[in-house]
Design a protein around this ligand. Structure first.
Ligand SMILES: NC(=O)c1ccc[n+]([C@@H]2O[C@H](COP(=O)([O-])OP(=O)(O)OC[C@H]3O[C@@H](n4cnc5c(N)ncnc54)[C@H](OP(=O)(O)O)[C@@H]3O)[C@@H](O)[C@H]2O)c1
Length: 242
């Protein structure tokens, strides 16, 4: 065996949605652990800032709802070790009043986006590889005006278990976050946001809302633990049981 063959390769991790929030935090942590990082999202500007925050990363402009773009993206990236999909829009609204197209658009983004990424990413994953999806607490504990979100998150839990069987020996897991302080909440004014975080924190057993670091820790566990597959890790400060 030559020297090159005997040396372990540097792990390469692709994070679709890695330009913001939990995906960006995970990218920083994995880079510090020695991973080669690839991030992708729609905004070139966000990607540029994220690369500076991470230190070093390949970045690709990608809309995960566009099948052709996803295929071309994975062809450009080539073989890699771990796929994480944190990309999604966030859509809330009354079940009776929200236009159907808006609910379907949310599915296109969060459910079909991750499905498409797994479908076209899996063939490029090296032996020992893994996929980590992002679902959310509402899949287990619904709240009002988030029916599409509840359905999407529950569907993603099902997809996780199904793909853990079908794509074996690749490992497939999901993280289900509770309320985490990320830019996704910037749709609210600062005052509303802080009130929401404060009220949520009081109801949670841990008495605080989550930070992206809490989720990055869980994602690193799922990436590193070779015995974890078909699992959904709930990182919600106890929100499901409160
Ligand atoms: N934060 C929470 O409290 C919370 C709670 C439960 C579940 N979650 C879930 O956790 C995941 C990560 O959330 P986050 O809070 O970290 O969100 P975030 O800060 O808004 O980050 C989302 C990322 O996804 C990218 N993205 C959105 N749509 C995309 C598309 N069609 N194609 C490619 N990239 C796209 C965004 O960048 P571009 O704009 O550049 O595309 C951004 O980088 C999401 O699935 C979210 O639903 C979040």
């Amino acid at each position: 065996m030559g020297l090159k063959e005997s040396m372990p390769h540097k792990l390469k991790t692709v994070i679709i949605g890695g330009s913001s929030g939990m995906g960006l935090c995970l990218a920083q942590k994995l880079y510090a652990l020695g991973h080669e990082i690839v991030i992708a999202s729609r905004s070139k500007d966000k990607l540029g800032k994220a690369v500076k925050t991470i230190g070093k990363a390949e970045s690709y402009v990608l809309d995960v709802t566009k099948e052709k773009e996803v295929i071309q993206f994975f062809q450009a990236v080539g073989p890699f070790d771990h796929l994480v999909t944190s990309a999604s829009d966030f859509v809330m609204g009354s079940f009776l009043n929200m236009p159907l197209d808006q609910a379907k658009g949310f599915f296109d983004s969060k459910f079909w986006g991750q499905y498409t990424a797994a479908k076209y990413g899996a063939p490029h994953l090296r032996t020992g590889g893994s996929i980590t999806f992002f679902c959310g607490m509402a899949g287990q504990k619904p709240f009002i005006h988030f029916s599409a979100g509840s359905a999407i998150n529950a569907a993603l839990e099902g997809l996780t278990r199904a793909l853990a069987l079908e794509l074996s020996p690749l490992r497939v897991n999901a993280i289900s976050p509770g309320t985490i302080v990320t830019p996704v909440w910037n749709v609210m004014s600062e005052k509303e946001r802080l009130r929401e975080f404060e009220e949520t924190a009081q109801k949670l057993p841990v008495k605080r809302v989550g930070q992206p670091e809490d989720i990055a820790q869980a994602a690193i566990y799922l990436i590193q633990c070779g015995f974890a597959t078909g699992s959904v890790v709930y990182v919600d400060g106890g929100g499901r049981i409160a």
